[in-house]
Write a protein of this length. Sequence first.
Length: 184
Amino acid sequence: MRPFFVIPLTLASTLLIASPSSQEQIALKGNQISSALLQKLGGELKNQMQTAGVMGALHFCSQNALTLTEQVAKESKTSIKRISINYRNPVNKANAEETTLLQEWEKLVKNGQPLPSHKVVTISENSAMFYKPIVINNEACLKCHGNVEGDLAKVIKATYPEDRATGYKMGDLRGMIAVTIERD
């Protein structure tokens, strides 16, 4: 009979084996935070659309979207931005690095290829960026971001003089959410 050896695993080695990598942890956290933001904004806009119509939703968004984004950032102890090349509010304008990533993703969409669910970029030993694409996947989004005409177009132009965020159709890449995550 052959000898049977048992190699004891310490708690630390068990946790090391079972725990996800740093990149996976950042991806999990970033996905949770960006999903929370999308749910909060989407839920509020849906409610406004039902109670106050498109004009009410536009007004609500112009007055509250940045505040709601900051609220989710504060609750999650991170920094969050909604970014686009075709921004509505200049505060959401993509920088050069973000523009490059968005252009890469736009090429994928244009060529009928699937978008990645996210991208993690290490900034330093202590922090990373999590990027999640925002895709137009709801007809309600097109009310303000599709082919907008008439009074709504006039109000959008008056509220956002630099608006570039119309002309989208279903499946288009609208932008992305960027979450700065500090490593534990």
